[in-house]
Design a protein around this ligand. Structure first.
Ligand SMILES: [Zn+2]
Length: 89
């Protein structure tokens, strides 16, 4: 039945191997340092800096404190290294 299929979707465990995180790569224009920031941290920065949705918050370089420039983003599966640990059912 259709209804049962939809139920399976939202009954996935929270730590599902399909859970993805988006990571943002920032680069310092002064010293060239890269910083990788996960989406929930960027969300937090955006909240603190009161940005509109879709705006990228400013991140300071840990080396020289210059404002870093957003470069790219990538997807990571933080719960996918499950060797010998089969919670998938
Ligand atoms: Zn720097």
């Amino acid at each position: 039945m259709k209804d049962e299929k939809e139920r399976d979707n939202w009954e996935l465990p929270f730590h599902s191997p399909d859970h993805q995180e988006e990571w943002y790569v920032y680069r310092c224009p002064k010293c060239g340092m890269d910083d990788h920031v996960p989406d929930f941290v960027v969300d937090e920065f955006a909240m603190v800096q009161k940005l509109k949705e879709g705006e990228m918050p400013g991140v300071a370089c840990p080396e020289c404190l210059t404002k870093m420039v957003f470069e790219s983003s990538y997807i990571k599966y933080p719960y996918r290294k499950t060797e010998g640990d089969s919670e998938l059912q």
